[in-house]
Design a protein around this ligand. Structure first.
Ligand code: ATP
Ligand code: MG
Length: 287
């Protein structure tokens, strides 16, 4: 009998594809991608990739055609499929926002009362405004939403924004955020035990990659007079490693610090007398 494989659906080409493939490669999973291939099997991990349009991914995972999928939360939430979100992946970050013509005076959400809004996300748009007691008419269109106000289709739009550049070049301004989105790993909610086991292995690898991305390896020199002060600033995974240097009274300290408070810690280290500070990226971090 063939050993069990898990089947994962990823976007064939678009704003999720590159980062999705990069993540699985960083997890040490080898596979061929690119070209016109719609399906490929990894040579060193029990996983099969399906390359699809992103809109089809939640449905395939719900139906069990694929066991897992990578999808933007925005698409998932719009269609309310019965699947589990097993991991937030931290890439393809964007927001679903309401935008109006730049020369309009925005008076708060009441501005939208009774208005026509063009969007590819009618459910999320209506749910958000309805909660605020605002009734609108949504017009569902699948692309180039930002053109709607200038051609008289709607007075406002609700669309995906990352930098706001597209809105600006279409004479629109962003006035309210409806939903913050990122890529998520979804799973069919009836995986058998063998597949759950493969998923657990995959999640362990993703966690290790993500932890590495959120941390930096720091090496520095310190004089013994400053050692206590500097050690206190470096929590590390347990505590910093301290190694004596050939120069008497000097030590080399190795530690891991989080990306979030990186600059603050570096500044405090310098003030505390740290010298020759080296900062290195971490490829993976296994706990
Ligand atoms: P497909 O051909 O697969 O249907 P698509 O055109 O519907 O692709 P893309 O534009 O590739 O979709 O976007 C896929 C997802 O990437 C979106 O659903 C959203 O989650 C995210 N995304 C969209 N725009 C941006 C952006 N400007 N920056 C970052 N992420 C984005
Ligand atoms: Mg799509």
């Amino acid at each position: 009998m063939e050993p069990t494989k898990i089947r994962i659906a990823v976007q064939k080409s678009g704003r999720l594809s590159e980062e999705s493939l990069k993540l699985f490669k960083e997890c040490g999973i080898k596979f061929e991608s690119g070209g016109s291939k719609l399906k490929t099997v990894s040579s060193n991990f029990p996983i099969e990739f399906l390359f699809l349009r992103d809109d089809d991914i939640p449905g395939y995972v719900e139906d069990g055609v694929a066991d897992l999928g990578v999808i933007g939360e925005n698409v998932l939430m719009e269609h309310k499929r019965q699947v589990d979100i097993v991991k937030e992946l931290g890439f393809s970050k964007c927001r679903l926002s309401l935008a109006i013509p730049r020369n309009e005076v925005y008076t708060g959400l009441e501005y939208f009362q009774g208005k026509n809004i063009a969007t590819s996300y009618p459910n999320l748009t209506n749910a958000f405004l309805d909660k605020q007691g605002i009734q609108v008419t949504t017009h569902e269109i699948s692309g180039s939403v930002e053109i709607a106000p200038s051609i008289g289709l709607a007075e406002a739009i609700c669309d995906i924004v990352s930098t706001g550049g597209t809105l600006l070049s279409n004479g629109l301004k962003e006035v309210a955020t409806v939903f913050n989105s990122q890529a998520v790993l979804i799973s069919n909610n009836t995986l058998d035990l063998a597949k759950q086991d493969i998923l657990a292995k995959l999640l362990f690898r993703i966690d290790s990659v993500q932890r590495g991305q959120n941390a930096k390896y720091v090496v520095l020199n310190a004089h013994e007079d400053n050692l206590d002060k500097i050690t206190a600033l470096l929590p590390g995974m347990k505590s910093p490693s301290v190694m004596p240097l050939t120069e008497k009274g000097w030590y080399s300290l190795h530690s891991v610090i989080s990306e979030n408070d990186f600059w603050e810690i570096i500044e405090s280290l310098r003030t505390a007398g740290a010298e020759g500070i080296l900062v290195l990226p971490i490829e993976k971090m296994i706990l």
